[in-house]
Design a protein around this ligand. Structure first.
Ligand code: NAG
Ligand code: NAG
Length: 216
């Protein structure tokens, strides 16, 4: 009996330990990752520089009229691969919302620098946590939980978000449920409604948030 318990304990530890070790992006065995189409002599300071956010400081740059996320993750900024960090600047024109979504691979640490922003997330026990942020406030959305941000004020809200993954990923709830091609019947049954209502929601689905995809 004791032997069996010991074996089970070891089996458990064997299964669980890699999960604990991989709680964030996997560790890399080099200082940084060089993309396949580059070689070390081609790497200089420019490789570690992302200029895609300069647009935010350009007086003649575009002024977003809907919620816009300016992202610097591994796909826009390849030097982040293997470094377990990424970043986004979020612009909320007056009365716009970033609809409920999750980042499956990272928590999000949001820092508000302008305007007022209502934020909230829902935990796995379905408890809702909300707050109204003022400039200078920071809010953490725990990893993988559904969350949203809502700018109710007249003034645009501007926030910066840091992530503990080079590729935090975004799963938008409206887009996933209504914009991925799941059969109307499945959605209608799940929400205890009819296919016509589901189609109505699908037709009104907002366009996906814009993102600036700049490659070095
Ligand atoms: C850095 O490398 C890039 C491409 O490999 C090159 O275009 C650029 O001129 C280099 N910059 C400097 C300062 O050497
Ligand atoms: C390397 O590939 C990326 C896309 O994966 C591209 O944006 C970049 O311009 C390429 N660099 C060179 C030097 O070919």
């Amino acid at each position: 009996m004791t032997t069996l318990k010991t074996i089970l304990l070891f089996a458990f530890l064997l299964i669980v330990s890699p999960l604990i070790a991989n709680a964030s992006d996997p560790d890399i065995l080099t200082d940084f990752i060089i993309p396949q189409n580059l070689t070390l002599p081609m790497i200089n300071g420019s490789f570690f520089t992302f200029s895609g956010m300069r647009i935010l400081f350009d007086d003649n740059g575009p002024v977003p009229d809907s919620f816009t996320a300016y992202k610097a993750s591994a796909s826009e900024f390849p030097a982040l691969l293997g470094q377990s960090v990424s970043f986004a600047v979020l612009i909320f024109p007056s009365e716009t919302v970033n609809p409920p979504h999750t980042h499956p691979r990272s928590a999000e640490l949001l820092f508000l620098i302008n305007g007022m922003l209502d934020v909230g997330f829902v935990d796995t026990a379905n408890n809702l946590y909300t707050q109204t942020l003022e400039p200078g406030d920071m809010f953490v959305f725990p990893k993988g939980l559904v969350h949203f941000q809502n700018c109710k004020g007249k003034e645009p809200a501007i926030a910066m978000s840091a992530f503990g993954s080079a590729s935090a990923g975004t799963v938008s709830i409206p887009k996933t449920v209504f914009g991925s091609g799941i059969d109307d019947e499945v959605i209608a049954k799940s929400l205890k409604t009819d296919a016509a209502t589901v189609q109505k929601i699908k037709a009104a689905l907002p366009p996906p948030p814009k993102k600036i995809d700049v490659r070095l």
